[in-house]
Ligand binder design. Structure first.
Ligand SMILES: [Zn+2]
Ligand SMILES: [Zn+2]
Length: 425
């Protein structure tokens, strides 16, 4: 562990991990590592800090009920106490307090503890103490942009939730209930929109805002002016935000939630980092409004030779295709990516084989399903006929009364005949 004892500092001068990067550590994680480096419980360290600063300690004191990573004034107080004791400045940067005047606290931080198991695995692989990322505490972050997977919230060993740091003794990366490593699990590939959203938020985290408290209203006014010619109704429609919410910012001193900022960022075609830096000078608003389902990687242009294609990105897109609800054929995949089959086979064999087998299974499944429906409809028509006193029905009479997709089935007449014959008493 990276421990330094700064001259005159009361506690170890641990450096926060990944500061100013998208995988920056949270104050919660820093605090747990600090307690661990002193060989004491996180609960005891929190109680000691409270008494050091002359604060009362309730009998049932639970340190983790304190908001260590949010944007409240309590978070700010804790970051400054810990900074004073460790001599490590700028600990507010590993909380959300720098954005307090810009982003509403409403639903900002998640009530459920989440993490990316692959990030924890990576920490261990480079012989670093596993640590908790600040972004994992933000409700709107549901994915890891680095590993392109969804965050998880239950222990892979004991299946309990909220076991990341809610205990007296905590070692980041290990379950507080069973002690198991939280990196030992697999998780779903995230949707492109979730990854986009996470990446935008991480971009925001890497640089503190330049917009001061007294400049927020001007920023909001500029946005409505540039995006909607000063019309709140048009601005709301364009961004999908409620008119009353926007009205509230201007008339009641409200500020946008992180989700609202993301909507502005998406429809305005501008990053949160630029918005919060007030960097609007060369901002060009996109003409048509964006969709959240934008793909992350542009499809490689036709005719580019194989060695120039970005295969890790293509394989990632193939895995997204595999996760999509509707299976598609290899021909469709080739068309979508503008890459020929031979190249796909050569460079992404596993994914291609999985795509083909999934599509074949789907087709077989839907053929079986249609055949079953055809047999049911023919039998029903036959029974109606018998009830009316007729001896039977011909395939030619049945065919026009079937569902459209059944009429289009290959050999539909033959199938109808076979069903009639099978029902023959
Ligand atoms: Zn990750
Ligand atoms: Zn567990």
């Amino acid at each position: 562990m990276n421990v330094l004892i700064a001259p005159r500092s009361t506690l170890h001068a641990l450096q926060p991990i990944g500061q100013n990067t998208s995988s920056m550590e949270s104050l919660t994680s820093y605090f747990c590592r600090l307690a661990h480096s002193h060989g004491i419980k996180a609960r005891d360290l929190a109680a000691w800090i409270l008494s050091h600063f002359g604060q009362p300690i309730p009998d049932d004191y639970k340190w983790y009920r304190r908001a260590f990573s949010g944007s409240s004034s309590e978070t700010e107080q804790w970051s400054s106490w810990i900074a004073t004791l460790t001599g490590v400045g700028g600990l507010d940067r590993i909380t959300l307090t720098p954005w307090r005047h810009l982003v509403s606290r409403s639903s900002l931080t998640s009530r459920i503890d989440r993490w990316c198991p692959y990030c924890l695995q990576d920490d261990r692989a480079v012989h670093q103490s596993p640590y908790l990322r600040l972004s994992w505490d933000i409700t709107s972050v549901t994915a890891c942009s680095q590993h392109k997977v969804n965050l998880v919230s239950t222990c892979p060993h004991c299946e309990r939730s909220n076991i990341r740091h809610r205990a007296s003794t905590v070692i980041p990366g290990y379950c507080t209930a069973c002690g198991g490593f939280l990196g030992e699990q697999s998780t779903r590939l995230a949707e492109p929109a979730e990854i986009w959203q996470t990446a935008r938020i991480e971009q925001m985290l890497t640089c503190p805002p330049q917009i001061a408290v007294d400049q927020v209203t001007t920023l909001l006014e500029t946005l409505v002016e540039r995006m909607a010619h000063n019309r709140i109704a048009t601005f709301s429609r364009k961004t999908g935000l409620s008119k009353s919410g926007v009205w509230h910012w201007f008339n009641k001193g409200g500020i946008p939630t992180l989700q609202a900022w993301l909507a502005i960022s998406l429809h305005g075609g501008i990053g949160l980092d630029r918005l919060f830096a007030g960097d609007l000078e060369n901002w060009v608003i996109p003409e048509c409004s964006s969709q959240l389902s934008i793909p992350l990687n542009h499809s490689p242009r036709k005719g580019i030779r194989s060695r120039l294609l970005d295969w890790p990105a293509i394989r990632y897109r193939l895995r997204l295709i595999l996760e999509a609800p509707e299976p598609i054929s290899l021909a469709q995949v080739g068309q979508q990516l503008e890459i020929d089959h031979a190249q796909l086979y050569q460079n992404a064999n596993l994914e291609v084989r999985a795509i083909i087998s999934r599509h074949q299974q789907h087709r077989a499944g839907s053929r079986d399903d249609r055949m079953q429906r055809l047999q049911d409809q023919v039998t029903e028509l036959l029974q109606e006929r018998w009830a009316d006193g007729y001896a039977g029905i011909s395939a030619r009479e049945v065919w026009p009364r079937l569902d459209q997709d059944l009429k289009a089935m290959r050999h539909s007449f033959r199938c109808i005949d076979a069903t009639i014959a099978a029902n023959d008493p």
